[in-house]
Write a protein that binds this ligand. Structure first.
Ligand code: FES
Length: 509
């Protein structure tokens, strides 16, 4: 007889599954379509897929624990991420129709806006954590999953999620999904491939070839609950690592009409960077790594309840922490990590090379009381009481990530024959761009301090751009024309990038 897994969440039995002896708990849980946080996609690297085998038992990694007979598995509470714009509450609206759906498929979240096309009015928004997250937090681990298992599962998962969000948004305002005749999607090139039913695997290895670059229309497909003749439009991608989320974001930011030279950045697992200079768009993507999202950081976590989202320092008051949900601190999300690092850099708790110093070296500095040892290693305590800290390895990962982005900016400037002083616009797009403290980001050297006076956060530009492309042919034409003026700057072979990367590793404080 096959072993039986009883899976609990929040103390309640949520599923019973027959398992194959030898498979891992992670494999059986995701095969049962149950959400489990698994940033590395089951590769044993992130240490975040923790479950318990009894209510009070120790936590074990689901991807490293094999099924051995009947087992009870207790999952952590599901992640409830605050996603901007989810207003799918019940109300009834009248609309002139036809209706459309504009979707931002992010690697982490998916946001769908139900829109009345004739007057481009937003009727409702539905959103969720990207259901593919169980297969890896970042695009690289999802590509790896597809390389090993095919892409069909991830395509099915995202399209089922889209169908669910469409139904939810329509239901919330009493709209008929069959009145939806147009869907406009913006996502990175990998997300768009998976939503379109293409394998992204060739984008995971040199020469990183996409199946297509989109910017076109196709039938929506019978698996979406929309009009039979509905059309699906994907925003154009520039190449494998600068996708429709960036071009749609540029559209929403009206980058083409901004006077002067302007840098546009969208930081997620990758940093996607665009420099508009002399009416050309120079772009690149840097592998910033998942550090800014809190993954692979000892006490890193998503921006959910219990995450330290901001850190302030003064000699009089010491560290002041802002914790999401007004809860006890459990870890740090990306904006909190950046603030904490900025405090360490500005107080010399981290020296210019990125070394976390000994408390003794700063004996007379008030920051020294936050420096100490844990398991023999130097740590920076955010909360000793709640065991929240940063270790030298965390500093190093953030240092690599910031250096990659800063060096990417400098490489684009160099390619266009510009310097920091030639820039008069700096746009920070995406969720992380909205939450980070700009002064902290400049303090750690993520971008030049010269950009601070005109730095602007843009919010969810990909979703806004998808909505514009949904409503007018003119917006879709703008996107099409933009594509003629792009120049991709390849960083992996760039001597300038390599030199800059070493320079940008340093902290100036
Ligand atoms: S360690 Fe198990 S999913 Fe990452």
């Amino acid at each position: 007889m096959s072993p039986v897994l009883k899976i609990y969440r929040g103390g309640k039995l949520i599923h019973t599954a027959e398992a194959v002896p030898g498979e891992t708990l992670y494999e059986r849980i995701i095969a049962s379509d149950i959400y489990l946080e698994a940033p590395c996609g089951g590769r044993g690297k992130c240490g975040k897929c923790l479950v318990q085998l009894s209510p009070d038992g120790p936590k074990v990694r689901a991807c490293q624990t094999q099924v051995s007979g009947d087992m009870d598995v207790y999952l952590p509470e599901e992640m409830h991420m605050k996603i901007a714009g989810d207003d799918a509450k019940s109300k009834t609206v009248t609309y002139t129709g036809p209706l459309g759906i504009a979707v931002d498929i992010g690697t982490t979240t998916v946001v769908a806006h139900l829109t009345d096309i004739p007057n481009c009015t937003r009727l409702a928004t539905a959103s969720g954590v990207n259901a593919q997250r169980t297969y890896g937090a970042d695009v690289i681990s999802r590509i790896q999953y597809c390389a090993e298992n095919g892409h069909e599962v991830l395509t099915r998962v995202i399209r089922a999620q889209l169908a669910g969000l469409i139904s939810k948004a329509c239901k919330s305002v009493g709209a008929n999904p069959k009145d939806i005749h147009y869907i406009s999607i913006a996502g990175n090139t990998i997300m768009q491939h998976l939503a379109a039913g293409y394998s992204p695997v060739a984008m995971g290895v040199a020469p990183f070839t996409p199946v297509e670059l989109f910017g076109n229309e196709r039938p929506a497909g019978k698996d979406l609950p929309v009009a039979d003749d509905a059309v699906l439009y994907f925003a154009p991608c520039v190449y494998s690592y600068v996708g429709g989320d960036i071009t749609a974001g540029m559209l929403a930011s009206d980058l083409e009409n901004i006077k002067g030279n302007c840098v546009y950045i969208d930081i997620g697992t990758n940093g996607e960077l665009v420099l508009k200079a002399d009416d050309r768009y120079y772009c690149c993507a840097t592998a910033a790594g998942p550090a800014f999202e809190g993954a692979e950081i000892a006490k890193g976590m998503a921006a959910i309840q219990g995450a330290i989202s901001h850190v302030k320092w003064s000699a009089e008051k010491g560290l002041e922490l802002t914790v999401i949900g007004d809860a006890a601190p459990e870890g740090l999300c990306g904006s909190g990590l950046m603030d904490a690092l900025a405090v360490m850099v500005s107080t010399s708790a981290v020296d210019e090379t990125g070394r976390l110093v000994d408390a003794g070296e700063l004996e007379h500095h008030p920051i020294s009381r936050y420096l100490g040892k844990r398991e023999g290693k130097n740590v920076f305590w955010l909360s000793k009481e709640h065991d929240v800290y940063m270790i030298p390895g965390d500093v190093r990962k953030l240092q690599l990530a910031k250096a990659a982005i800063a060096a990417g900016i400098q490489t684009l400037l160099h390619t266009a024959g510009k310097t920091n002083k030639d820039i008069s616009g700096f746009l920070l797009a995406g969720g992380f761009g909205s939450f980070l403290d700009q002064h902290s980001a400049a303090t750690i050297g993520l971008f030049p301090k010269d950009f601070l006076p005109f730095a602007r956060t843009m919010g969810n530009t990909a979703g806004e751009g998808a909505a514009l492309a949904l409503c007018t042919q003119a917006a879709r034409d703008t996107l099409k024309n933009m594509m003629d003026n792009f120049e991709v700057v390849e960083l992996s072979t760039s001597k300038i990038f390599n030199e800059q990367f070493i320079d940008q590793m340093m902290f100036e404080g």
